[in-house]
Each structure stands twice: as structure tokens, then as C-alpha cells.
Write a protein that binds this ligand. Sequence first.
Ligand SMILES: [Zn+2]
Length: 169
Amino acid sequence: MMAQRKPAQGRKASKGYLRAKRLAAKAHAKVARQRQDTACKWAKRGVRDHDAIAAEDFKPKFLARSTMARKAADAAIGATKHALVEMGRKHGRDVRLVHPAHTTMDCGWCGARAKHRLPLSERTYTCTACGVSRPRDKNSAHVVLVRAGLGPAGVEGARPGRPRDARAA
Ligand SMILES: [Zn+2]
């Protein structure tokens, strides 16, 4: 609507243009509120269920420069991280941020670093040093935990409200 009503160079903006501009601003404000709301609810769930949380100290700029920029902006990863840190502080939880480099390349079990970057399509991480093979995200999560200095023992499959050995059955 703004593009259609765009005033010619040097001309005053029409009423229609200003109305469209207000609508656009409203829509953007709404999206921002929705992102904030989602981030808060997600962070709240995280700190409610866990005493200690390790997260990647993610730099949003890194994704903003990639081909996933739009998706990254939509997920508002930076704001989400901020919400998690704030919520953790508010509820006295141990939130640790770790350096984000090589979290997908390192092995979460033996600490060896893969020689090559894992393409995004490759969903399974297989360690060349110790031979462990895990889902990519799970391996990264493990690396983050180890880096934060939180003992990963007993973390496997630890979900609140669910018995530990339900997973094996
Ligand atoms: Zn390994």
C-alpha cells in the first residue's frame, strides 16, 4: 500500500500514504510484540524446568549475513537469548553462555574436532576419532554442556516429569 501511494519526489505525502505508513508501523509493532512474547514464554519454560542451563553465546550477526538471514530474523535468536538470560537471573538459575565457535564440529563425547565443516544437510555427526555417531543437534548440545562445565552425566534424556528409564523401554 505504501509503494502504491508513494509520493513523487518533492511532493507532499498524501493522506493515503500516511495511512498506509501507520498500518505498516502497526503491523511491525505487532510482530515485534509476538516475538517478544514467544521468547519470554520459551525462556520461562526453560528456567522453570531446569536448574542449570548452558546456551551458545550466539552472535545474531553471523546468521544475518548468511542465506538464512530472513529466517534468523524471524526467530529473533538474539532477543530469545536475552530473554533466557534475564529469566534465569530473575529466577536465580545458573545460566551459562559458552563460546559458539565449532559447536557443530567438535565431538561431544571425546572432544575431537572434525577436520571439515558439517554441511547443514548432514544431520548426523560421526566422530572420526572415537567413532561415536549422534544426531547433529544432540552432539552440539552435548558440546555446549561440556564447555559450560556442567557434567553431562545424567543429562541424557533427563526431562522433568518423566522417569529416567522410560526412554530405554
Ligand atoms: Zn569423538
